[in-house]
Design a protein around this ligand. Sequence first.
Ligand SMILES: [Zn+2]
Length: 456
Amino acid sequence: MTFVLALCIVLSLFGYQSPVQAAGFTDVPSRASKEVNYLAEGKVIYGVTSTSFSPNETLTRAQVAVFVGRTLQVNGEQRETRFSDLGKGNSASGFVESLVAKGIMSGTGEKTFSPSKAVTRGEMAVILSKAFNYSGNAEQALLSLGIASGMEDGTFGTNKTITRADFAVFLARAVNPSYRLKQSASFNTKLVSTTNNLNIRTGPSTSYTSVGKISANTAVTGAHTIAGWTYVKAGTTTGFIYNSYLKSSTGAVPSPPAESADSSLSGQTIILDPGHGGTDPGAVGNGLKEKDVVLKMGLQVNNLLKKTPFNVKMTRSTDVFIKLGDRSTFAKNQGGDIFVSIHANAASASATGTETYYYSAANPHVADSKLLGEKIQARMLDAWDLRDRGTKSGNFSVLRENTMPAALLELGFISNAGDAAKMASDAQMNKMSIAIYNGILDYYKAKGYNVNQYYK
Ligand SMILES: [Zn+2]
């Protein structure tokens, strides 16, 4: 306990130092200094040395990936990429791989990323537009939100390169509307705080300064969400609150939509995780093995999702053993946006029913994990009409270690003759795979995505 307290004090001291470090750049022009300081405070941008930001240096594609990736808090762990010109040794490799998986950036060729190539204003507009889910023409979106202004010649300067300082200005404006050329945030989601002493911060991470605190049950209005934080207005204070401490004022779970809800499904990666496999049969009963049932189900859901714009990845698609830790690592490395683990239960012969789990301890995705679980659970109950054992909190590795909304499904009890008969029936398995598929769509629909045309 004492150690934890000491650590907290040390951490908060570091927290206070970062704005000072940021202000330590001696080469940032005054027109960009407050934005550079802001992003440095949020640990989004670093200098080339402690006193130099190299503001006039041309921004490269690798640098954009790092800045945007840190802002969105994607997995930046250095790793192999899909590009032959960007190895694990490049400090941007993890950010590039995560952003490409999310559809926010793409290669310059099938196997090339051109990390050192300069970014143009047009490319910057597309990247920011995808990163923050702006709808319509990217350049127009940036102009209308007051994130960018046109060039003196009246054009957007689409093919002009951009400096590190200029990009910092654009990025700060995208994150926090108080830096924009015009106040363009629309606070139209009614929310309520769920805890006391809740910090409102200047940016979407705990690195940013707290500008006020509110108590539980305070009404606030929300605009856009970044990395699990919502930009809110509470009285006269504006700033970011962590989504886990907000709920809709109507009592519904969904967190506010992104700045524009019309985000592309192709930017979303769904991870399907059939449990067990190989030497681990999972539960066994009534002539069935859990590993076989859940693999079959996973493959069927995969086939359905493959016909949509969603990206879908399976932790296993054959009868192989995969360690629990490798499942969540795979999900992170694939840039997964949601994780759905498929299992079957076992207990006494009389136990029956369908249940879904999510991890409810502090992480950025409790509300969304619960939402995902509830949506799929409702559809599964419709499909097999088994006893409703609920959507509940569970401490499973694949849920706990994950960095995205995650749910674990227990289709039914393999140890129960009635439940197992459904698992042995092709027709019932088809019905259930459609249910899980529709449940995933229900989740995305609740998050503001337009999925209506994909329902089965
Ligand atoms: Zn299992």
